[in-house]
Design a protein around this ligand. Structure first.
Ligand SMILES: [Zn+2]
Length: 393
C-alpha cells in the first residue's frame, strides 16, 4: 500500500464547501511531489500479452500488474500520481472487445474497452487520479462512460473530466496532499465523432474557453495549486500546433500552475515561464504539450509511440498559505515489447535504469532504447533534467 497515497484525502467538493479537510494542518510539510504520465493506451495486443487463462466464455484472467512492475516504485514514491486513461471499462461478456481491434462502424475509428482487472493494477502501481476526458471516453457510449467511473470508484481511484450527472459535473477534484490543496481539471477537444446525446446529464468536459474560465475561477478560490490535463494537439506531431500554444497561454492566465498535455502519442516540448494570472499572482508555471504514451504498442511502427516519461513536479508550500512549483524533472520511459517464445512480454521500463543493464534486452532493442533516452533528454534540455541516476555509456 502506498503510504503517501493513503494520506492524500480526496476532497471532491460541491458548489459551496470551501472548508479545509479536517485533521490536516495546512502546509504541515514544505514540499510534495506530484508525478504524471501520459496516455494509458490499452491496445488489444497489450491486453492479449497479459491474458493468463483461456478466453472461453468471458472468464479470462489478466495479469496487468507485471506491466508496471519496473516503474511502480517511481509512481508510488510520489505523493500523488496522475495519468490519462485512454480506454474504457465498458464491461461485457464478449472477450473479443478487449483483445481484437473493434471499429466504430460509422467512422472506422478504433474503440477501446479494457478488462476491469486493469483498475486494481493501476491502483497498485500508485495512480491516485486519472484524467478521463479524452477522445475515447465515449467509445462505448454513455453506458461505457458511466461504467468506467464506477469501476474507478470501486478501486479507490479518483477521476476527473467525465461525469455521470449534474452534481458530479459541478464537483471539483481537489486532493489535499500533506496540507497542500491540489486542484485538477481535465478537458478534451473531442470524442472521436461520438457525441454525448443531447439532454443527457452524463458527459465529458470539452475544451470550451468560457466554461474553462468559470471552472478555473471556482478552483482558484479553493485550491493552492492547479493542474490542468488537456487532451489536445495532433497525433504523431512532434511540435505543438498554434491551438495548443494559444490554449497554454490562456490557461496560464486563468491561474494554471501546470498543464499536462496528452493525445499526440509522442512526446512534445515543454515550457516553463513566469506568468501573472488574472488575479495578479505571478508564479513560475509549467506546461508540457504532450506527455507521450506511458503504455502503448508501437503505433505505425514508430518508436516515438513507445517513448514516454514520468514527470515529477516538486511543489512547495509558501508562507502565504499557497503553494508554488519549485522544481520539475523527469524519468524517461520505454515500453519494452519482447518475444518470449510464442508470447510477447510487455513492460514499461525506466530508461536510465534499464540502460544500466542493457544485456536484458536484445541488442536491437537496447540501441533503440539508447536513442529514445538521448532524444528525450535533448527535447527537454534547458527546461528540465532527468531525475536521479543516468545510464552509463
Ligand atoms: Zn487521445
Amino acid at each position: 500500500m502506498n503510504e503517501i497515497a493513503a494520506n492524500a484525502t480526496t476532497a471532491v467538493e460541491t458548489k459551496d464547501s470551501a472548508e479545509p479537510v479536517p485533521g490536516h494542518a495546512r502546509h504541515a510539510r514544505k514540499e510534495i511531489v506530484v508525478a504524471a504520465v501520459g496516455d494509458l493506451l490499452m491496445k488489444p495486443l497489450l491486453i492479449r500479452t497479459v491474458r493468463t487463462s483461456s478466453p472461453a466464455k468471458g472468464d479470462a484472467a489478466y495479469a496487468f500488474d507485471q506491466v508496471f512492475e519496473p516503474v511502480a516504485r517511481y509512481l508510488r514514491e510520489a505523493d500523488l500520481t496522475i495519468g490519462n486513461l485512454e480506454t474504457t471499462f465498458s464491461g461485457g461478456t464478449d472477450e473479443r472487445s478487449y483483445t481484437t481491434t473493434i471499429r466504430n462502424p460509422k467512422n472506422r475509428n478504433p474503440v477501446f474497452n479494457c478488462p476491469d482487472a486493469f483498475a486494481p493494477a493501476l491502483k497498485a502501481a500508485g495512480f491516485g487520479v486519472l484524467a478521463t476526458a479524452n477522445n475515447h471516453c465515449m467509445d462505448y457510449g454513455v453506458r461505457g462512460l458511466k461504467r468506467t467511473l464506477e469501476v474507478l470508484d470501486k478501486h479507490g481511484i479518483a477521476h476527473v473530466g467525465t461525469y455521470r450527472g449534474n452534481e458530479e459535473s459541478r464537483s471539483l477534484c481537489i486532493r489535499n496532499v500533506e496540507g497542500i490543496r491540489v486542484g485538477i481539471l481535465s478537458y478534451t477537444r473531442g470524442t472521436n465523432g461520438v457525441p454525448v446525446p443531447k439532454g443527457q446529464p452524463a458527459g465529458v468536459k470539452k475544451i470550451v474557453p468560457s466554461l474553462i474560465k468559470k471552472q478555473m475561477k471556482r478552483l482558484r478560490a479553493k485550491s493552492d495549486f492547479i493542474i490542468v490535463c488537456m487532451h489536445f494537439g495532433s497525433e504523431y506531431h512532434r511540435r505543438p500546433n498554434a491551438g495548443q500554444k494559444r490554449m497554454v497561454r490562456f490557461l496560464f492566465r486563468q491561474g494554471a500552475d501546470v498543464i499536462l498535455g496528452a493525445h499526440p502519442h509522442v512526446l512534445q516540448p515543454a515550457v516553463c515561464r513566469s506568468v501573472t494570472d488574472i488575479d495578479g499572482r505571478t508564479r513560475k508555471r509549467f506546461a508540457i504539450y504532450s506527455l507521450g504514451n506511458f503504455i502503448s504498442t508501437r503505433l505505425h511502427g514508430k518508436d516515438a509511440a513507445l517513448t514516454g516519461l514520468i514527470l515529477r513536479l516538486t511543489i512547495r508550500g509558501t508562507a502565504g498559505g499557497s503553494a508554488e512549483l519549485s522544481k520539475v524533472d523527469f524519468i524517461p520511459t520505454w515500453v519494452s515489447l519482447a518475444k518470449n517464445g510464442k508470447r510477447t512480454r510487455c513492460r514499461v521500463v525506466p530508461l536510465p535504469r534499464a540502460l544500466q543493464e542493457p544485456n536484458g534486452y536484445a541488442s536491437g532493442q537496447a540501441n533503440r532504447m539508447r536513442r529514445a533516452y538521448r532524444g528525450t533528454v535533448l527535447l527537454y534540455k534547458g527546461v528540465m533534467s532527468p531525475h536521479g541516476e543516468s545510464p552509463s555509456g
